[in-house]
Ligand binder design. Structure first.
Ligand SMILES: [Zn+2]
Length: 381
């Protein structure tokens, strides 16, 4: 029969309850972690909630195996992005079930994935299926902002996790196995000048004009890279500019924010150094040029090689012939620091992420739960 005899309605209820905790950056994830804990504790799973700052939380569950095999880590995030209720036709944080779908912020990104993993683990425990290695399920805080949760998790728990057979990130991929994604490097460049009255610009230093000079140089800069067979090109886009206070004041500050999407193998530090050289060049051409560069966010690209045995086992377990790549970035590269192959695989259409009226099909949840079970038994059985 296609649906689990154990907890099909329970799985849907779990997702609704998780959505109702509204784990946005403002609210944090403590309540969300507790909902997962209550669900899995009835299945007899060892669980720890690590919380800090009065609102952020990491959830860590471990099902010990017989240690004949390396451990499997399933690792996602608890937080969701906010929702502008005006743009929604359904309540964003209620978890409404309608026409075989569950609506709500996080249903796809990625409370749905966490729900399917939790349901798979509950069934494995209830069916008493023996595992030859540890099964670890982690859901961390603040992936949508600064990945504070995964960084803390790696600091506090990283060493105790090894050796790992592999890591699966249950972000939405429409149940495709993804072995690569691009990285993110967000930079802010600020030029600094001196204010003066608009009628006497020669007494000031115009930060917007200094920025124009820099941007002209920057437009001629090409980041060195080799196109990637799955991910294509590295891309770069100046997406925000701010500066000036009024029409009659010479601006003393102008800032641009640059979004760079990197490929596996590109060193973010080298790109930053290149841009620092352009700033030095601007300074050599103009003694009044003054600027600073800030890294706003840096997440490296992710890639697991096509012939990796963990990838082969996961594809076999879920009946997928070939792995592909996703367009968005995940916490996967942080987990890759654990020296294990990382794959992204989860329920839901990635185009739903961060959108109004976000939903997930219950059928996707069911299929994902069955797929996670098959993966767990393939790797640890
Ligand atoms: Zn996500």
């Amino acid at each position: 029969m296609p649906f689990s005899v154990y907890n099909n309605p329970l799985m849907q209820n779990l997702l609704k309850e998780l959505i109702q905790t509204a784990p946005t950056a403002d609210n944090g994830e403590i309540r969300t972690a507790k909902v997962l804990l209550n669900y899995l504790k009835t299945a007899g799973v060892e669980i720890k909630i690590d919380h800090w700052d009065g609102k952020n939380a990491n959830f860590i569950a471990r099902i010990p195996g017989s240690e004949q095999k390396k451990a499997l880590l399933l690792a996602g995030h608890l937080d969701v992005v906010g929702a502008d209720q005006k743009a929604w036709t359904t309540p964003a944080f209620e978890g409404i079930e309608q026409d075989g779908k569950i609506y709500g912020r996080g249903s796809t990104d990625m409370l749905g994935g966490l729900t399917a993993v939790a349901a798979a683990i509950a069934e494995i425990k209830q069916e008493n299926l023996p595992l030859k290695g540890d099964l670890i399920f982690v859901a961390t805080a603040a992936e949508e902002t600064d990945s504070a949760g995964v960084k803390r998790f790696l600091r506090t728990n990283g060493p105790s996790l090894r050796p790992l057979a592999g890591i699966i990130v249950p972000e939405p991929t429409g149940l495709e196995v993804m072995r690569a994604h691009r990285g993110i490097l967000w930079l802010e460049i600020t030029t600094l000048g001196k204010t003066a009255h608009g009628s006497m610009p020669h007494l000031g230093i115009n930060a917007i004009e200094k920025m124009m000079a820099f941007l002209n140089l920057f437009k001629m800069y090409h980041i060195p890279y080799q196109p990637h067979p799955l991910l294509g090109d590295c891309c770069i886009s100046i997406n925000k500019i701010t500066g000036g206070q009024a029409t009659n004041i010479v601006p003393d500050r102008c800032a641009v924010q640059i979004d760079i999407r990197t490929l596996p193998g590109q060193a973010h530090n080298a790109i930053k150094k290149d841009i620092e050289q352009l700033l030095d060049q601007s300074k050599q051409q103009d003694k009044n040029f003054k600027a600073k560069i800030t890294v706003m966010r840096s997440v490296p690209a992710l890639e697991t090689s096509q012939d990796n045995p963990f990838l082969t086992s996961v594809c076999k377990a879920v009946g997928v012939k070939k792995a592909s790549a996703v367009g968005f970035t995940t916490d996967g590269p942080w987990f890759a620091k654990l020296d294990a192959p990382v794959l992204v695989f989860g329920p839901g259409d990635p185009r739903m992420c961060h959108k109004p009226d976000e939903y997930i099909e219950i059928e996707q949840l069911e299929k994902a739960k069955d797929a996670y079970k098959r993966i767990i038994l393939e790797i640890l059985g």
